[in-house]
Design a protein around this ligand. Structure first.
Ligand code: DP6
Length: 327
């Protein structure tokens, strides 16, 4: 049996079904402040290191789930998707893990409130909202840990998208990954803001899944990554606890830059940065030299996310009028 199916069977083993006809669930997108980059198990999406993220409030995915016949149906932002498209094939394989009644398929209708077309990752909120809706549809009443493990099987970062605020994903050690799940960090920090800057809306030259694997397999710089994460995650945890913005921003920015450095060392090199990305970094550094507490982070793409405090929001928006601030 495939290892994902074993995990799902294990989690659902003693659950009784009390299915509904339809279910709805929302999950926020999340941006890692300390990144997940590299897997120790590519099948189960088990990471090499722990990671820590901030969720994006109302920016995410709203999933409406029901049953249908013959094959899975996926509708994204009111448009039915081609059943043979890579995304639907991947989602269908995931949904197959949960089918008990072999005659019944799922109809997934997802509305993304995060602008997918603008190049923002929606797979984390997409898989997380689907898992929450599956749990409601079947009436399983799974625990948050179980839901996080199931979301991880869809996409690693999805296991962090079940909560708002700060979330830590524990790398775990076991082969089955039953100790590899995310949990919320309860410290509140209402003044912290994250804003998204769309610099390039086109398709990325290489997907994050492939880029991550190539980095692990070929980059000589990857060996230093777990040490970097171990140091940064401690600093970030403490910064959150103390609401220390400079410490948080500096560690998150350095963590993102180091992740990109490991990719650049891969063969062939993975370079997501565009001239506009680099120009934005220089603008952030200049504004910081001039006294504005502003930091950035970047994921596997050319777009830049800005970190700042609410008191500086107006000032930041004057410099970046197109900024989409998460609420
Ligand atoms: C750079 O979670 O999309 O955004 O597990 O293969 O689906 P898979 O990868 P995914 O990778 C996210 C990578 C990242 C960093 C992060 O979110 O921590």
């Amino acid at each position: 049996m495939n290892p994902k199916q074993e995990v799902v069977n294990h989690i659902l083993a003693h659950r009784t079904e009390s299915p509904m006809t339809e279910a709805d669930a929302f999950a926020p997108a999340n941006i890692a402040l300390c990144k997940y980059w590299g897997k120790r198990d590519t099948e189960l999406n088990l990471p090499v290191t722990s990671s820590l993220s901030l969720s994006l409030g109302s920016l995410g995915s709203q999933c409406h789930l029901s049953f249908c016949e013959e094959r899975h149906q996926v509708v994204l932002n009111d448009e039915p998707l081609d059943p043979n498209s890579p995304f639907v094939v991947r989602l269908s394989q995931y949904l197959d893990l949960f089918r008990r009644d072999t005659d019944r398929y799922y109809r997934v209708e997802t509305l993304n409130t995060i602008p997918t077309a603008a190049g923002f990752a929606s797979s984390a909120s997409g898989f997380a909202s689907t898992v929450l809706a599956l749990d409601k549809l079947h009436g399983w009443c799974l625990s948050e840990i179980e839901l996080s493990i199931l979301a991880r099987l869809g996409s690693g970062s999805a296991c962090r998208s079940l909560w708002q605020g700060f979330v830590e994903w524990h790398a775990g050690e076991t082969e089955t990954g039953m100790d590899c799940f995310a949990q919320p960090i309860t410290t509140a920090w209402p003044e912290l803001r994250i804003g998204l800057l769309v610099l390039e809306a086109g398709k990325k030259p290489i997907g994050s899944r492939e880029a991550m694997q190539r980095t692990v397999e070929t980059s000589p710089l990857y060996a230093s990554w777990p040490h970097k994460v171990a140091a940064d995650i401690q600093i970030i945890r403490k910064a959150i606890e103390e609401n220390n913005f400079e410490a948080l921003g500096a560690a998150a920015e350095s963590n993102a830059l180091t992740m990109h450095a490991t990719m650049m060392g891969a063969t062939p090199a993975v370079v997501y940065w565009l001239p506009e990305s680099v120009e934005t970094m220089h603008r952030v550094w200049k504004l910081r030299r001039e006294g504005l507490p502003l930091y950035f982070t970047m994921d596997a793409g050319p777009n830049v996310k800005l970190l700042f405090l609410d008191k500086d929001r107006q000032h930041v928006e004057e410099h970046f009028p197109d900024l989409l601030v998460a609420q």
